[in-house]
Design a protein around this ligand. Structure first.
Ligand SMILES: [Zn+2]
Ligand SMILES: [Zn+2]
Length: 380
């Protein structure tokens, strides 16, 4: 019986070896490498924009203006690199950051002329990767530092590198995902209705956003539930559930089949509703931020909002390997469909003690990539 379950506190020991401490050069070393890598990637994107930037995203930013940020990024990478030498710690990381930045300077640095870009549909979203990494790490790492659920969980927690790899893949593949999503949605032309679209566009913007959220949530709920309850699909989605430490980066972990199918499915209601572009833009921003937020190591209670929207606590329960939480909390945006279809699990006073899958998955990218296949073959 569910109500007989005795909840436990999660034991999160402080891993002082992985901890960032002021003054030992570790923060400087990592900052230098991160900024050096991002700078080099940005310079390459300025050199080959047709291949390394995203057509949809280019319209939303001013490439010449962003070169100012690149300039600061490059100088800060050098500064942090030198600082790691001054502090006499993590000098290899500092040196790597300096070398990456010097290569970025040699290739043209922050003064590569910005001109018109030859439009190509398929490209690598290097621009999306850089902007998303800078934005998400700044916003969500700050929130996690200010309001952590597990104060002892460090930034460089186990498997952060693996999740960073997933983060890179998901962002680089953005144009392929969009092309596939649009292609998939176009199969639903038969369901297009001028009357529905006109009705949607005739209501105020905020209401349009709410309709989009509910329709998208309905599709995402059932897609997610099928991934859990259809035996053939579970090994694909199990990759996302293999995370054992949740934070802003953890939500990136997902098999590419799931990443592509999820975006393709959610594109269908967006396409059929035909809402105003502004409403779509608000929805996309809301969905992207919420998807990161709900995986964060955040102890904020969200007050009455937690009974309406999917919050970190609600989605953390989805990631729990404890019995009463298994196959619950499928919703992505609001808790409505879990309430309606009987899969709601939210003991508000408790958080999970255990995260992950009951059967442990391979711990490498390649291992997880082939996990659904190997699982399928083993069954035969
Ligand atoms: Zn799931
Ligand atoms: Zn998740």
């Amino acid at each position: 019986m569910k109500h007989d379950y005795s909840y436990r506190e999660r034991q999160q020991e402080l891993d002082s070896g992985r901890q960032f401490r002021l003054g030992d050069g570790k923060i400087s070393g990592y900052c230098s490498v991160a900024l050096g890598t991002l700078s080099l990637l940005a310079v390459l994107a300025y050199l080959y924009p047709a291949y390394l930037t995203t057509i949809e995203l280019r319209q939303a930013y001013d490439a010449a203006f962003l070169q100012q940020f690149l300039k600061y990024g490059m100088y800060f990478s050098l500064f942090f690199g030198i600082l790691s030498f001054v502090l006499n710690g993590y000098k290899r990381l500092g040196a790597a950051g300096i070398v990456l930045t010097l290569i970025a300077f040699a290739l043209g640095g922050y003064s590569i002329p910005v001109g018109p870009v030859e439009p190509r549909r398929l490209s690598l979203g290097v621009d999306w990767l850089i902007l998303a990494f800078m934005g998400s790490s700044a916003i969500f790492m700050t929130l996690e530092k200010l309001f952590p659920k597990y104060r002892n969980q460090v930034v460089l927690r186990p498997e952060w590198g693996l999740d960073l790899l997933y983060f890179c893949f998901n962002h680089l593949a953005i144009s392929a995902i969009l092309i596939y999503g649009n292609y998939h949605a176009s199969h639903f032309d038969w369901a297009l209705s001028e009357t529905v679209q006109e009705a949607i566009r005739s209501v105020p913007l905020l209401l349009q956003v709410m309709v989009i959220i509910l329709c998208a949530d309905f599709v995402l709920y059932w897609e997610h539930r099928l991934y859990h309850e259809v035996q053939l699909l579970w090994p694909i989605h199990a990759v996302h559930h293999s995370i054992e430490h949740l934070d802003w980066l953890a939500g990136s972990r997902g098999h590419f089949i799931q990443v592509f199918s999820e975006r393709a499915m959610v594109m269908v209601p967006l396409y059929l509703l035909g809402a105003d572009q502004a409403a779509l833009d608000i929805y996309v921003a809301f969905a992207a931020l919420q998807a990161i937020l709900i995986h964060c190591n955040l102890g904020i209670s969200f007050g009455p909002l937690k009974y309406i929207l999917v919050t970190p606590q609600f989605h953390h329960w989805h990631h729990s390997s404890e019995k009463p939480a298994i196959d619950t909390n499928y919703s992505a945006h609001t808790v409505l469909f879990d309430r309606l279809f009987g899969s709601y699990h939210m003991p508000v006073k408790h958080w999970p003690a255990e995260y992950g899958t009951t059967v442990r998955l391979p711990r490498s990218y390649i291992g997880q990539l082939f996990y659904p296949l190997s699982k399928h073959l083993k069954k035969k």
